[in-house]
Design a protein around this ligand. Sequence first.
Ligand code: PLP
Length: 421
Amino acid sequence: MSKHHAATIAARAGIAQDPAYGAVTPPLYLTSTYELPAFKQPGPYDYSRSNNPTRDLLAEALAELEGGAKAIVTNTGMSACLLALQLLTPDDTLVIPHDCYGGSYRLFTNLATRKKAFKLLIVNFQQADWAAQITAARPKMIWLETPSNPLLQITDVRAVCQLAQPLQALVVVDNTFLSPVLQQPLALGADIVVHSTTKFINGHSDIVGGVLVCACAQLGDELKWWANCLGLTGAPFDSYMTLRGLRTLEPRLRLQQDNTAKIVEFLSRQPLVSKVYYPGLVQHPGHAIAKAQQSGFGAMCSFDLAVEQALLPVFFEALQLFTLAQSLGGIESLICHPGTMTHASMDAKAQQTAGIGPTLIRLSVGIENLDDLLADLQQAFNALASALRQHADNAKPAAAKADSALNSPQFRLNPALSALW
Ligand SMILES: Cc1ncc(COP(=O)(O)O)c(C=O)c1O
């Protein structure tokens, strides 16, 4: 357990540790290989797929931030997920939540059904029988994502870990939505933490990366062996960029979270919003657990628009400061339509089961000036209200116009790419 606060650990990540020249900011080691000191004498590094000093600095900082024994930095968040799954064999059962990031869901379900890599049990942790289902399945691994993507549902990590212990099941928590600044799953009893470092940890939407942090060094060594064996380790340049982004994680997130809380208040007052999803709301079903296990409610929120799906382009088109894009956690505000973007890899039934409706919108709130963000949302709601009035005045042409807007090149999502999302 580190004696320093998260802000200090993050700000000092890799600082003043250069053994060669005393550089305050660590150098970037863009080498694939390393000279042996002498024949048959290995040095501390030999090949960058296995080990790299820049990547090691990032791994050490992330392990310290999560309070873990070992971290393995990977080239994407998905490869971090894939790496954790190397601990399973075809006879093992993996429990996953019914609502999670669409790409994780696709990985779990396809490995289970098409590769028979493990057995799969999909559990709704919001229902009372989750513990009974898991006990009956005797899983080897329980996967949690809390808050979940995109509905911000909360799972009680401590309760799941207490159930898992006698079953000797490993608990893996995807902590991407909060970062170690706002939640430390290992302290709640989890065995492994996963991050898409693409998101809050890097924070500038300019690399993709991932990390696994293990509570136990032995498990970390095994996963590090697999990362090298499978070639999943992160690139040195990306590690350098992530280290640089990581140093401002705490102040970035604090500002993003403050903005989010105010935006949630604003959305809750909007007549064209039928539901707001944010664990900081007292009426959110996971509010009490979130308060107990998190040190903040984060910078992600979702809401349902109370209009027909055909009118969504009016809203998206009006926005100037919320960019319609995949991903989250950067300093810039993003807006996304999970049903056709981040969760397009879930079929319609799985989306419905997860509660992802046709007008669900997800916001990743950035560090822009709050008044500017609120004004931008307000004018987009005004545009939507006027489109609705037009729709009521002249139903047919307005609907046709909205339909054509949805199909305009700007909003037609590339069907060739949708298979990859
Ligand atoms: C919660 C969560 N986990 C994992 C991932 C996968 O990360 P990456 O896109 O870096 O592979 C994402 C990506 O959006 C995510 O939102």
